[in-house]
Design a protein around this ligand. Structure first.
Ligand code: ATP
Length: 300
């Protein structure tokens, strides 16, 4: 559907996207994941053609049409939900009948039907977000592009937004969606990890977890332990990384020998704790990828 070939982008002299190459297929949900300032919004603006690359090429399939919802989108706040939808339908060149039919479908998908006469200015954050996405879907684009659609919305709306994304996919379209929430990665077919303008990895969530080269262990509840101990533990042979998560400490381990050394440390500190194996999460994978500055710098 869309192919990036060695694409770089600069704001002035600052290069914020660096030599990105990837392909997004038809009927695929692609998640763009990365911390603040990684370049997610810039990448999406290139995808919709709002910005042009300084280097490289972006190629679109002939059938590709896009719908876009920016992170800070605009709605006509003094118009009702239904009026907003019909108005966008008009902007996209739909007949009133077509716009009405499509609006009804979108209102059902988003569960906004009972509120269709409410002014957009009087909606909750989650409802506004769903209306903005619906407005971008009136013309049935083959590729829907969403910049952080679930940022700051309540958990129920977040669930409904992902349900809507699934409906869009079931119609045959692709969805490209940026997020800071790593738990949303599992909902995507492909995930692109961006860090400081570089693409660290593009793969399916399952492969990401399956190929993670470390076993993950946890020592529970070390809230009273000084964080100054962590670097010492990172220096244990075959401990690839160690970091706190909540009150626990988490360890990425490349060989089992490291677990024995962690148990020795627990004994030495006089603690009653176990070293417990746990499933790697997308957060573990991402922290590890970022810490290593990408696969090219990987060490085991
Ligand atoms: N219009 C602009 N002019 C100059 N620099 C910009 C502009 N927009 C973004 N940047 C810079 O480009 C880099 C990437 O920003 P971008 O907004 O694409 O990242 P992001 O991953 O979407 O982050 P966020 O989640 O905070 O929006 C950041 O360093 C940002 O300060």
């Amino acid at each position: 559907m869309i192919t990036f070939q060695n694409v770089s982008f600069c704001y002035g002299k600052e290069e914020v996207l660096k030599n990105l190459s990837f392909h997004i297929g038809a009927n695929e949900i692609a998640g763009i994941v990365g911390p603040d300032g990684a370049g997610k919004s810039t990448l999406l603006k290139l995808l919709v053609g709002l910005l042009k690359p300084n280097k490289g090429r972006i190629q679109y399939a002939e059938s590709c049409s896009t719908g876009f919802v920016a992170e800070h989108f605009g709605l006509y706040e003094d118009m009702s939900i239904e009026e907003n939808l019909l108005f966008y339908g008009q902007l996209y060149g739909l007949s009133r009948e077509e716009a009405k039919q499509r609006s009804e479908q979108l209102l059902a998908w988003t569960k906004l039907s009972p509120f269709k006469d409410r002014l957009a200015g009087h909606l909750s954050g989650g409802m506004k977000r769903k209306l903005a996405i619906s407005s971008a879907l009136l013309h049935r684009p083959s590729c829907l592009i969403l910049d952080e659609p679930t940022h700051g919305v309540d958990p129920v709306s977040r669930q409904e937004i992902w349900q809507l994304i699934k409906e869009v996919k079931s119609e045959g379209a692709s969805v490209i969606v940026s997020t800071q929430y790593l738990d949303e990665v599992s909902r995507c077919d492909e995930v692109l990890f961006l860090h400081q303008g570089e693409l660290l990895k593009k793969t399916s969530p399952r492969v990401l977890i399956d190929e993670f080269p470390y076993k993950v262990y946890r020592i529970p509840d070390l809230r009273h332990m000084s964080l100054r101990e962590l670097p010492k533990l990172k220096d244990i042979p075959y401990v690839a990384d160690a970091f706190p998560r909540g009150v626990d400490w988490v360890f990425l381990v490349s060989r089992e020998e490291a677990v024995g050394a962690l148990r020795d440390w627990i004994k030495e500190k006089g603690l009653m704790r176990q070293v417990e194996p746990i499933q790697p999460t997308f957060e573990d994978v991402f922290i590890h990828l970022m810490g290593k500055g990408g696969p090219a710098h990987d060490r085991t």
